[in-house]
Design a binder for this molecule. Structure first.
Ligand SMILES: Cc1cc2nc3c(=O)[nH]c(=O)nc-3n(C[C@H](O)[C@H](O)[C@H](O)COP(=O)(O)OP(=O)(O)OC[C@H]3O[C@@H](n4cnc5c(N)ncnc54)[C@H](O)[C@@H]3O)c2cc1C
Length: 404
């Protein structure tokens, strides 16, 4: 009999790890996957284009139910695991199914953070994380007019853009005075805001939500300064928290998330974890690029080919709003010992800022012309000394190559 691998979480990290494992050894385990969502595995990133009407749910499926059958994997979709008994090595699902494991993979992702203001539990207040949320938003856009998105980060802006494309009047509320303040500096954030205002979005910056007004369904949002705006739908995009309740209850060592080593193993050698539910050397994860690398390493260790080690690397951020070109990577704050190179062309709507440290690029913010983003990213990753191309650096790879 083959050893049993149980995967908890039928999302991007879990299934990518299964794929990586099967690339190395297709028949090593009897694999059982439990998913809380009632679907096959889909590309969560592409929920934004689905909301904007540019893609359908079918377009974004990565693994349909047939795929699991073809690959000899047992899928229990819509049946979350509610208990792990690490002594007996058994997981139990909500429907009462019990499955024994030799290896367990936790890939439970994150849970959206809902700001606990009065009224946050009213119907019409949702997050933006899964197919269900998108369906709720699409339904609201057919029957209602005013949407408020709380959180002006990447996810919030993609939600706002999608709802606008569906015909709603959308206001984005953000607690600081600049959009995407984790990834952009002020000038880039201003350009972004202008471009989105031209598309029809409204913004309330430096705004603190005090209450979501009901009584039976959301009707308005009230702010600390006393102002009130109408709302039939409130989308909270104020960050996520690693989904670790199950791991914690099973006694696995967790800090802010499930603590793993460089092989993605938890403190229990039979249990691995990947994706947004893990903490690796103090870091948490919220983008897929590092998660693909975790999956590659974890898949190899599950396959018994334990020679890979997970090494953290910086990942670029892009906004998926058609017509808005934005690229941000690395340390964009700088600080002591760093220098800035800036190119600003207001008429073309182009802004580029490179943060340099010791003749190396530490970070890049590009707005309007992002063609050289991957090249700068490569220079960051390789730690290339840019002293000889410094004067041409902002004009991009082509010019630097010609000047060399
Ligand atoms: C709208 C949107 C746009 C995004 N855009 C980008 C982007 O442009 N670029 C980028 O890099 N990243 C983007 N992300 C982030 C990216 O999708 C995540 O980093 C990635 O999905 C994390 O993978 P994961 O497997 O850890 O979590 P998830 O994909 O969330 O998968 C976890 C799964 O586990 C399930 N689960 C939880 N608990 C249990 C349980 N007890 N039993 C069974 N199943 C359980 C959950 O229901 C979920 O299906 C975006 C995210 C969203 C929501």
């Amino acid at each position: 009999m083959k050893p049993a691998l149980v995967v908890i979480g039928n999302g991007m990290a879990g299934m990518r790890t299964v794929e990586e494992l099967q690339k190395l050894d297709h028949d090593m385990y009897d694999i059982t996957v439990f998913g809380a969502e009632p679907h096959g595995n889909y590309n969560r990133i592409l929920l934004s284009p689905v909301l904007a009407g540019e893609k359908t749910i079918d377009d974004i499926m990565l693994h349909t139910r047939d795929w699991y059958v073809q690959h000899g994997i047992t899928l229990h979709a819509g049946d979350p695991v509610v208990h792990i008994d690490r002594k007996k090595r058994i997981v139990r699902s909500q429907s009462g199914l019990e499955v024994r494991y030799d290896r367990l993979l936790l890939a439970t992702g994150s849970t959206p953070f809902i700001i606990p203001v009065p009224g946050h539990q009213l119907p019409g207040v949702i997050a933006f994380r899964d197919i269900q949320d998108v369906e709720t938003m699409l339904e609201a856009s057919r029957n209602h007019r005013h949407a408020v998105v709380i959180g002006g980060g990447l996810l919030g802006l993609e939600a706002a853009n999608g709802l606008l494309r569906q015909g709603m009047e959308v206001t984005v509320v953000h607690v600081t005075d600049a959009l995407m303040n984790m990834q952009l500096d002020k000038p880039a954030a201003m350009l972004l805001q202008k471009a989105l205002e031209t598309k029809g979005l409204r913004f309330m910056l430096s705004a603190q939500t005090e209450e979501i007004v009901g009584p039976d369904r959301v009707t308005a949002v009230r702010f600390k300064d006393g102002s009130v705006i109408p709302a039939d739908l409130v989308v909270m995009t104020a960050g996520v928290r690693p989904n670790i309740a199950l791991a914690k209850a099973s006694g696995l060592h967790c800090d802010r998330a499930i603590v793993v080593d460089d092989t993605l193993q938890t403190y229990d050698p039979r249990v691995y974890a990947v994706g947004e539910c893990v903490q690796h050397r103090k870091a948490l994860f919220g983008l897929v690029a590092p998660i693909w690398e975790q999956a590659r390493v974890c898949g190899a260790h599950l396959a018994g080919a334990g020679h890979r080690r997970y090494v953290q690397q910086t990942s670029p951020t892009r906004l998926k709003v058609t017509g808005v070109d934005l690229y941000s990577v690395g340390d964009i704050i700088g600080g002591e010992g760093s220098e800035d190179l800036v190119l600003r062309d207001a008429r073309r709507g182009v802004y580029k800022r490179l943060v340099l440290k010791d003749n190396r690029i530490a970070g890049a913010v590009l707005y309007g012309d992002v063609q050289d983003g991957p090249w700068y990213f490569g220079l960051i990753q390789d730690g290339t000394n840019i002293a000889s191309i410094r004067s041409h650096l902002l004009f991009g790879e082509a010019l630097c190559a010609r000047a060399a």
